[in-house]
Write a protein that binds this ligand. Structure first.
Ligand SMILES: [Zn+2]
Length: 172
């Protein structure tokens, strides 16, 4: 029977480990069949334990393969990485699937403060950033102009430089 120590020395050809696991599972299935047909087998439990130890060993051997892990991180970064949105660190934790292949790659997602989070932090509510589009007309030189400001403030005539209040404002 295979034990943990022997299995971990099979690295780095994971195809071989997976074949081995496949063969071990077939063997176990045969034993289970025999047990169903001919009654209890004394070694069935130890065979089950051996196969499950083999699964654990192979998964942990794969986990230890840093080159493979980095390949998963690179793929994640290539396909899903967006600056400030989803980022994958060098050395990010990898969680391997067992039979189907694939892996979870730990990444960082940026979350901005919401009003609820600011409240939890004891911060004051953020002032809303109002913007106004102000319309002006110079009474001296008849120039019309408009400009965006954070209030309905006065503005200087672009032609003669005289100061006027807006005759109309739109909140943006
Ligand atoms: Zn003017």
């Amino acid at each position: 029977m295979y034990d943990y120590t022997r299995v971990t020395t099979f690295i780095p050809n994971f195809a071989a480990e997976k074949d081995l696991l496949h063969v071990a599972r077939l063997g176990l299935a045969q034993l289970e069949n025999q047990a169903r047909k001919h009654g209890p087998l004394t070694n069935l439990d130890s065979a089950r334990r051996a196969v499950s130890a083999l699964e654990v060993a192979i998964v942990s051997a794969i986990k230890d393969d840093e080159k493979l892990n980095q390949a998963y991180r690179d793929e994640a970064e290539k396909d899903f990485g967006r600056d400030g949105e989803l980022e994958f660190d060098y050395g990010a934790t990898i969680s391997h699937g067992t039979e189907e292949g694939g892996a979870y790659v730990q990444g960082w997602r940026w979350v901005s403060d919401t009003p609820a989070i600011r409240a939890l932090k004891g911060l004051p509510e953020e002032e809303s950033e109002s913007r106004f589009l102000n319309y002006y007309r110079c009474e001296d030189c008849d120039t019309d102009w408009e400009d965006e400001w954070d209030s309905t403030c006065d503005d200087d005539c672009p032609s003669c430089g005289k100061d006027f209040s807006p005759y109309m404002s739109e909140e943006l």
